[in-house]
Write a protein that binds this ligand. Structure first.
Ligand code: SD4
Length: 339
């Protein structure tokens, strides 16, 4: 009965989501950036520092592809961040396995999934794109390729992450939480801050109007060994089409994959939706199929069209995104959400 009530609520939300979303203040979609200039956006609070690194490339007239690679390497290297790169929380067997993808405006793309021991999976993803005839390398094959390319094999499990994993093992209950602030600190009691969240997805448009995107994560903490999320799946966690725009996602990757989420957002923009409308429609498509979405599901999309216009939408509140352009280097905005 409760499920049915929730389902009806979700259906109604589908019809009136715009009105509901309007309740969130200060989340007005960013307008087009104008004919000139560059802009970079990325998911969550830690996107601010990542954007600033990307901006060092964009502000000098650099390529959007170089900007997004440079940008997402910041959270990949951040030891306080337990959801991206080194120090990411491991799978349930104690292995840190990383997922990443990168995509250029012309459809070129590369990705790695379940990659272990390499601190910057985004760089390996770019090598897959530029130096192989393939799009996605996984597991041992991805590691072998990375080592052949000269990347160093390293231990990515830090003492802090290992301790959190051992805490988790006491109950070994796998239940993805809505935002990782809850998952990471509510359950483990580890110290931490607001700026430690989930996957980083980044989209940039450079001064020449070229678009590119990147996405990198350690995935869901305590996942099954071999589990791959949406982030390295082109069309799910990331999609870019230079004629239209780009989109990226965060949250429960399985739901994003089931709905080809980022591809859907870009296709909706192609049909004339604004980035904001497209993100919202993609989220509502997921919510309609998930009667319990209000209780335990988080998915968020972030998008930018080829004019630099930005939109974001999530199931739950708490999803933030960072914006950086010539006017502001440290913008951080709350996403609109269904609930
Ligand atoms: C995944 N989407 O692996 C990623 C993780 C994430 O909030 O963003 N969590 O499913």
């Amino acid at each position: 009965m409760t499920d049915r009530r929730d389902f009806l609520k979700a259906s109604l939300l589908g019809a009136s989501a715009l009105a509901l979303a309007g309740k969130v203040e200060a989340a007005t979609p960013l307008p087009a950036k104008g004919a000139t200039g560059a802009r970079v956006i990325s998911t969550w609070d830690f996107g601010v520092a990542a954007n600033q690194a990307a901006w060092t490339v964009l502000s000098k007239g650099g390529h959007a592809l170089d900007a997004v690679e440079t940008g997402v390497m910041v959270p990949e290297a951040d030891l306080k961040n337990h959801s991206v790169g080194r120090a990411g929380y491991p799978d349930r067997d104690g292995h840190v396995t990383l997922d990443a993808s990168i995509m250029d405006a012309d459809g070129s793309c590369g990705a790695v999934a379940a990659l272990e021991h390499i601190a910057h999976p985004i760089q390996v993803a770019r090598r897959v794109m530029e130096r192989t005839p393939h799009v996605l390398l996984v597991g041992d094959g991805a590691l072998q390729f990375a080592l052949e390319q000269g990347f160093k094999k390293e231990e990515l499990l830090t003492p802090e992450s290992e301790q959190a994993w051992k805490e988790w093992l006491k109950n070994a209950h796998y239940q993805p939480s809505i935002n990782s602030e809850v998952r990471d600190y509510g359950k483990t009691g580890m110290p931490g801050g607001k700026d430690n969240h989930d996957t980083i997805g980044m989209l940039a448009i450079d001064a020449s109007g070229r678009l590119a995107g990147a996405c990198t994560t350690s995935g869901m903490a305590w996942k099954m060994r071999g589990r791959v999320g949406d982030s390295p799946i082109i069309g799910a966690g990331l999609y870019v089409d230079g004629d239209v725009g780009g989109a990226t996602s965060t949250g429960v990757g399985e739901e994003v994959i089931r709905n080809a989420g980022s591809f859907l957002v870009v296709e909706l923009m192609r049909q004339g939706r604004s980035p904001q409308e497209a993100c919202q429609e993609a989220v509502m498509r997921i919510v309609k199929k998930r009667p319990n979405a209000s209780k335990d599901l988080q998915v968020g999309f972030l998008a930018m069209n080829r004019h630099g216009e930005v939109g974001a939408f999530a199931i739950q509140p708490g999803f933030s995104y960072a914006v950086c352009d010539a006017k502001r280097q440290d913008g951080l905005l709350p996403s609109r959400s269904v609930y």
